[in-house]
Design a binder for this molecule. Sequence first.
Ligand code: ZN
Length: 106
Amino acid sequence: MPSRPPQLRQQPARTTSNWDRRKSRHERGYGREHEAMRRVVLAEEPLCRLCRAKEPPQFTPSTIADHIRPKAEGGTDERENYQGLCDPCSKAKTARESARARRRAR
Ligand SMILES: [Zn+2]
């Protein structure tokens, strides 16, 4: 994967994003309601949605209630914006979203 020269990592973190990582999970909207939604999503989608979409499909248990459209990109907490994902798929999706966020911040 192409990356910027190492010396650029020394720059201070940008602070223009309103996605404030210093806030607690609760302040970011991951409180009790998220926990209830997580149970609903995992009950309805016991198998990872991205793994099932693979060719051939894989059947991996969902462990994460994922925001299909990230809250940092304007996603909602409605049921239709959630999907059940396994841990590796969730991490890969989060990494892609972080890369998008970094591009937006430039
Ligand atoms: Zn998966």
